[in-house]
Design a binder for this molecule. Structure first.
Ligand SMILES: CC(C)(COP(=O)(O)OP(=O)(O)OC[C@H]1O[C@@H](n2cnc3c(N)ncnc32)[C@H](O)[C@@H]1OP(=O)(O)O)[C@@H](O)C(=O)NCCC(=O)NCCS
Length: 183
């Protein structure tokens, strides 16, 4: 069955995550380039059973504080990643690297933040990003996230410790800068 579209953008849509999608997540997260961006390299290798557990705990349990979608490319209809708001914290992975650097990440973030601000009545959103993750920092900067602080020497990569940035944005800052995708 095709994933029904919940939130639609120009290039991608946010859709429910289904159990069959776990095979993709299993593949993506065991790709060190992807898991490095997520700062979960120390958890590698990830087993299929761990991904199934994540699905049971995060996706199937109805929790209003945990909103999570798969990201579907509208042109190819492929599932290319996922995006979440856990409480006020944003998380995103474009797991299919063929889709990096084409604006999918920022568009998926705008879709879920529209939802968070306009449907869930959120006032602010924050995220964590390692200082070496230049691609993610650039994507977040496009949306208007600003550094709110940093956890010093918090994440180990390529033989040394790096800071973990906390970035945040208020609803008013977000809406002044980004055009809503919701109708
Ligand atoms: C981070 C991520 C969500 C960004 O999504 P995306 O769709 O690739 O984002 P964009 O299309 O805006 O592309 C990223 C930008 O960073 C730029 N970029 C890439 N590598 C870069 C580098 N080393 N230094 C500076 N800029 C870089 C790209 O050129 C692009 O900028 P442009 O649009 O001006 O050309 C996605 O790449 C991803 O999921 N990565 C793996 C997991 C991850 O890191 N998640 C975030 C955890 S905090």
């Amino acid at each position: 069955m095709a994933h029904p579209i919940v939130l639609k953008g120009k290039k991608c849509a946010l859709v429910p995550i289904e159990k069959d999608d776990i095979d993709l997540f299993y593949k993506w997260l065991n790709d060190i380039e992807v898991s490095r961006g997520l700062s979960i390299v120390t958890e590698l290798p990830l087993t299929h059973a761990q991904e199934e557990k994540w699905f049971e705990e995060k996706v199937t349990k109805s929790d209003p504080k945990n909103t999570i979608f798969a990201i579907k490319d509208l042109a190819s209809e492929k599932i290319i990643g996922n995006v979440s708001l856990e409480g006020h914290e944003l998380g995103i992975v474009i797991g299919d690297k063929d889709f990096w650097g084409q604006g999918y990440g920022p568009e998926a973030i705008i879709l879920i933040m529209d939802f968070g601000f306009n449907e869930l009545n959120m006032e602010s959103v924050f995220l964590r990003v390692a200082d070496f993750n230049e691609r993610a920092k650039k994507a977040y900067g496009k949306i208007g996230f600003k550094e709110a602080g940093r956890l010093r020497q918090n994440v180990f990569h390529a033989g040394k410790w790096h800071d973990m940035y906390i970035m945040d944005i208020l609803k008013e800052e977000y809406t002044a800068r980004n055009k809503s995708q919701l109708e």
